[in-house]
Design a protein around this ligand. Sequence first.
Ligand SMILES: Cc1cc2nc3c(=O)[nH]c(=O)nc-3n(C[C@H](O)[C@H](O)[C@H](O)COP(=O)(O)OP(=O)(O)OC[C@H]3O[C@@H](n4cnc5c(N)ncnc54)[C@H](O)[C@@H]3O)c2cc1C
Ligand SMILES: *[C@@H]1O[C@H](CO)[C@@H](O)[C@H](O)[C@H]1NC(C)=O
Ligand SMILES: *[C@@H]1O[C@H](CO)[C@@H](O)[C@H](O)[C@H]1NC(C)=O
Ligand SMILES: *[C@@H]1O[C@H](CO)[C@@H](O)[C@H](O)[C@H]1NC(C)=O
Ligand SMILES: *[C@@H]1O[C@H](CO)[C@@H](O)[C@H](O)[C@H]1NC(C)=O
Length: 587
Amino acid sequence: MAKLSKVVFLWKVLSIPLATAYPQLQNEFKQRAVKPSEIKGSYDYVIIGGGQSGLVVANRLSEDPKVSVLVVEYGYFDDSYDVLDIQKVFRDTTHTKYNLTSVPQTQLGEANQVQSVPAAAVVGGGSAINGMFFNRGAADDYDNWEKLGNPGWGFNGLLPYFIKSTTLQIPDAAFAKEFNATWDEKVYGKNGPIQASIYPVQYPALKSVWTGFEELGAERQKSGDDGNAHGLFWATRSIDDRTRTRSYARTGYYAPVAERKNLDLLTGWRVNTITFDKKKQATGINMQSRDSITDAKAKITSIKARKEVILAAGALHTPQILQRSGVGPASLLQKANVPLVIDLPGVGANMQDHPQVTMIVALLPLSLVSPANYTSLAKSYLSQSSAAYLPASYSAATLKAGYAKQQKLLGSSLLRKDNAALEMPFAGNGGYYLLMLTKPVSRGTININTSNPYAEPLVDFNTFGNPADLAIAMEAFKFGRVLHNTKTISSTFHPVELAPGAQVASEKDLEKAARDTVVSTTAHLSGTASLMPRELGGVVDTELKVYGVKGVRVVDASVMPLIPGAHLCSTVYAVAEKAADLIKGRK
Ligand SMILES: Cc1cc2nc3c(=O)[nH]c(=O)nc-3n(C[C@H](O)[C@H](O)[C@H](O)COP(=O)(O)OP(=O)(O)OC[C@H]3O[C@@H](n4cnc5c(N)ncnc54)[C@H](O)[C@@H]3O)c2cc1C
Ligand SMILES: *[C@@H]1O[C@H](CO)[C@@H](O)[C@H](O)[C@H]1NC(C)=O
Ligand SMILES: *[C@@H]1O[C@H](CO)[C@@H](O)[C@H](O)[C@H]1NC(C)=O
Ligand SMILES: *[C@@H]1O[C@H](CO)[C@@H](O)[C@H](O)[C@H]1NC(C)=O
Ligand SMILES: *[C@@H]1O[C@H](CO)[C@@H](O)[C@H](O)[C@H]1NC(C)=O
């Protein structure tokens, strides 16, 4: 007991200096969570999920004082200063995350088959617990969204929203000069809610790593955020450099408007289902207090949505809520005894994440990763029968047609020299390379548990389900070796490969190393309620409205039809900003 109170005491002492040094930090924790008894019976808009995208849309819709908005969030406010402290990226976030693992990944090594599924459960969502890496995909990534049949969703259609959501903090001139740091001011806002900065404390060894990449032909870009996310560039982080604290959806989008009387945020409640009338018009939601979930008889509260129900529950739970409400693959819903509202096979399909292998950044076109083999890799992927490696549940013709179209686009992106197949972040402090595959071609699924739709959904990343991903991961290992054998890196650092280790040299051994060590996720779950035409297995149209029903939109990472070659946070802000304009009827 004595020990415990000492820990608590120390924590308090340590947290005071941060708050007193920056009194404005107190404002970041502003909140006005409504009590369940204060909730009204109906709102114009009910937003499911007060995570990253949910808070963006809540802010924008409640700008109009005549419009009423309710946000229902399963998590709670986290007022610990650790949330803001940028040194605490790797703090224990067990209490602000869901607790689940994937189904066994049959293509992976035996001990590596069950993968963890990181997903936030806290006001601010992923933006409250993420690594604050804040970059965008290449223009080609978003242009592929448009080419899938989504006018207005290419890079040029999203750029105004990348700008609207951000403020660039210009780095110190002496620092920029010393490290050659460059950026492109035009592609960020001046008053956007989320602060983007280049971290001004860098290791001098960074310069040698940079030169090593250049020896291999990687090209310097002025910025990666202006569509040129390939080669070498400085990535921003979502950090307010004035206070050296996390800039996230709560501080940027919620705290400044917490006092609005037309915006209610309820925490600690779970939305069970969206309710529909006979004409398939959404009428509202059913929800339950989080504490009462284990009690079968716990009270269920219904709230009416006069205009729309907006799904912002993240790529993990948005498909689960739709399926639970009767919107999803008919055969699955039948097994789960959920009455069908509309058969939409794409709900929970098209799941993508970035798998990563590690050897104990730069964004690299495949032509640079594997100059000898990249054309044959891309061609062999393009010549696959498009349905060959899709999950067994992809029986609907629409899903197959959608993937066939994605295959053509991804195959040509893999051949381009201005788009990347591999991300290698580097900071000059590292003895290891993180090798993140930016163009995964395998497709996974997220489906309700048919014996209990209220249990966590079944997550199947299907990592390496398509052998082309495995082949690229193996080329990534080889590239890591080529990189540490460059003149500059070998003579500066004299690296010794500890993992997988120089003895792992044959194709067979490299394959085993990839299967045994790959991590299925970079916490970038996406695609499970895709923005694509319905005949291609899509779930939402270009206004983010769910097909076949009225009054439901999706605004979170679920809508990304192809995962961009970047950490997702900045794209989630841009998508949610665009969503808010669409909902307001300002296109
Ligand atoms: C650990 C981690 C590290 C990451 N690192 C980075 C990084 O460094 N850089 C980067 O760019 N991206 C990173 N990401 C990814 C990025 O943060 C996410 O893609 C993004 O935040 C997702 O936003 P979202 O709005 O789609 O979902 P979320 O922000 O996850 O919001 C969904 C919200 O809905 C709530 N919810 C779910 N179901 C229900 C229900 N039934 N009822 C009520 N509420 C519900 C959840 O509790 C959650 O708060 C990371 C993510 C995680 C989890
Ligand atoms: C997470 O789930 C596992 C398995 O169901 C359980 O053993 C563990 O205690 C849970 N952890 C937390 C923090 O709830
Ligand atoms: C900065 O860039 C110039 C040319 O672009 C190069 O000559 C110089 O070596 C670079 N300096 C560092 C520290 O990278
Ligand atoms: C190309 O692939 C072959 C095996 O098919 C492999 O032996 C070789 O190392 C690869 N080349 C490069 C440059 O990665
Ligand atoms: C599905 O839910 C049931 C009941 O809660 C549980 O026993 C079972 O383990 C779950 N199945 C999976 C695959 O998680």
